[in-house]
Design a protein around this ligand. Structure first.
Ligand code: TUI
Length: 313
């Protein structure tokens, strides 16, 4: 089995998670230039917007990068075509089953890596021709599945013969080491990249992540689409309304535009600040290249310490 750095032609086995309204060309090019894989989040944007992001990314890096196609987007079909036209090297997918698109992407020479919340979907993706899968646990920020990273990753690794990339709750060298120990060949981190200099979000969003403690995220959204965000006034109000049996329309009043309020306006009370449970470990905002270099330097140290602890060779 190929390792992730060979498969993706990158220096370090780390993928930047595609975060809605956050992972645009500034962050993506910084991550790819630093030796990871930057990934553009198409989220709800249309195909022309995605095409522009791809071209801007290419202006800033000659390294591989990816585009994430959100399966529940009304523009998914058009974006699926644009990634082929623009010769994007890697496609990741989220929030649904990309089965119908995989054959065309593979024929175009694209490396296809779906995010999956279960081992059953991982197997389906392997059979459909995926090159690797990202097993994302519910520690992650944003739209999440039901399983934890700790339980999902080893079970997916046992059921597929393609590389598994672990996601959800990884923001340190020890987290990366744990992912490898579970059988993963690489990691995807989203929250970690929110606290970077190049991340094009409001400073208050970065402050929310840096300030958050381990227990400061909550799950909002519907049963079909649960969404993890940092607890604030909006989140508390949302959960109170749900408890009182509020209608979809009532809930929509406070959620509509709330991601924009977080990302662009830094509205700490009314914004929806998507972030994972590992936020509590993130203590400062750093440049992307410093962050990635430090992570993998620390990883070497951690591995040495583990060997000493267990008196291994
Ligand atoms: O997609 C994500 N995280 C996201 S997408 C997003 S945009 C959004 N904004 C507001 C409300 C809802 C979404 C924010 N965060 N992560 C990858 C992920 N994929 N997590 C879970 C899944 C998933 C779920 C079901 C993947 C496949 C799947 O398939 C079900 C099936 O069998 O069709």
């Amino acid at each position: 089995m190929k390792n992730i750095t060979e498969l993706l032609n990158i220096k370090y086995p780390i993928i930047q998670g595609a975060m809605a309204n956050v992972s645009t060309y500034e962050l993506v090019s910084a991550v790819s230039n630093a030796g990871g894989l930057g990934v553009i989040a198409s989220s709800g944007n249309d195909a022309n917007w995605v095409r522009e992001q791809i071209r801007k990314t290419k202006e800033l890096t000659d390294k591989p990068f990816g585009v994430n196609v959100l399966m529940m987007s009304p523009h998914a079909k058009d974006i699926a075509r644009v990634v082929i036209e623009e010769k994007v090297p890697v496609v990741t997918t989220g929030a649904g089953n990309p089965g119908p698109y995989i054959k065309d992407w593979k024929e175009a020479g694209i490396i296809v890596i779906p995010v999956i919340p279960s081992s059953a979907l991982a197997r389906r993706m392997e059979r459909a021709g995926a090159d690797a899968v990202i097993a994302e646990g519910m520690e992650a920020g944003g739209h999440i599945g039901k399983m934890t990273t700790m339980t999902l990753v080893p079970q997916v690794c046992e059921r597929v013969n393609i590389p598994v990339i672990a996601a959800g709750g990884i923001a340190s060298s020890k987290g990366i080491l744990a992912a490898f120990a579970l059988g993963a060949k690489g990691v995807q981190s989203g929250t970690l990249f929110l606290a970077t200099k190049e991340c094009p979000i409001h400073e208050n969003y970065k402050k929310m992540v840096v300030k958050a403690k381990d227990t400061d995220t909550v799950i909002t959204g519907s049963d079909q689409a649960p969404v993890r965000i940092i607890r604030n006034r909006m989140a508390v109000e949302y959960l109170r309304l749900v408890n009182e049996g509020a209608s979809f329309e009532e809930l929509e009043k406070i959620t509509l535009g709330s991601l924009h309020k977080a990302v662009k306006e830094g509205n700490m009370d009314e914004g929806s600040f998507m972030a994972g449970q590992i936020s509590g470990l993130i203590k400062e905002v750093k440049p992307v290249s410093e962050l990635i270099e430090e992570l993998f330097k620390e990883l070497k140290k951690d591995m040495k310490e583990l060997k000493i602890l267990w008196k291994l060779q």
